[in-house]
Design a protein around this ligand. Structure first.
Ligand SMILES: [Ca+2]
Length: 164
């Protein structure tokens, strides 16, 4: 949260650009992106996501993407899923540690058309995560950073409306 308070004006402008860009992408092409969906073959599921599935077998995997999110040169995994018990969508990051994986606390994720992308929000490591998606006609976007092994929200626009 301390990051959102100290966010520079240039970052806000940058975020506005992102929203425009991703909004256009969402409207024009629905749900395209470089990320993998759960429809992919099981062979392509990375070890971090496989491990998550074994820990939480009742949750429904929707989408994942890999990137190094804590600047330790090891690829971490962003996972969007639907909770088994109440059908809400959540996002969690599996942190790739030398001796296994640890999970952040989950946060709310968009209900449909979920997209995961990555950005260098402030021109310094680590890489930030951009989550966008829809709920009905609402489009939302959020930019997140992994800080002390937890997900911190840096910027959000309409995210509360797309993620409940
Ligand atoms: Ca990492």
């Amino acid at each position: 949260m301390l990051n959102s308070c100290s966010m520079a004006v240039t970052n806000k402008a940058k975020a506005a650009l992102f929203i425009t860009l991703l909004g256009c992408v969402l409207m024009a092409s629905g749900c395209s992106g470089k990320t993998q969906t759960a429809l992919s073959t099981t062979e392509s599921i990375p070890p971090a996501v496989e491990y998550w599935q074994k820990q939480f077998p009742d949750n429904q995997l929707i989408k994942w993407a890999e990137n190094d999110l804590n600047n330790d040169k090891r690829k971490d995994a962003v996972i969007i899923y639907r909770q088994a018990d109440d059908s809400k969508c959540k996002m969690v990051i599996a942190i790739n540690l030398p001796d296994g994986y640890s999970f952040t606390d989950p946060i709310a994720a968009p209900v449909s058309s979920q997209q995961i992308s990555f950005t260098d929000f402030d021109n310094k490591p680590p890489t930030e995560v951009v989550i966008s998606g829809k709920s009905g006609s609402f489009i939302g976007i959020g930019i997140f950073r992994l800080v002390d092994a937890q997900i911190v929200n840096l910027f959000a626009d309409g995210y509360d409306k797309c993620c409940e």
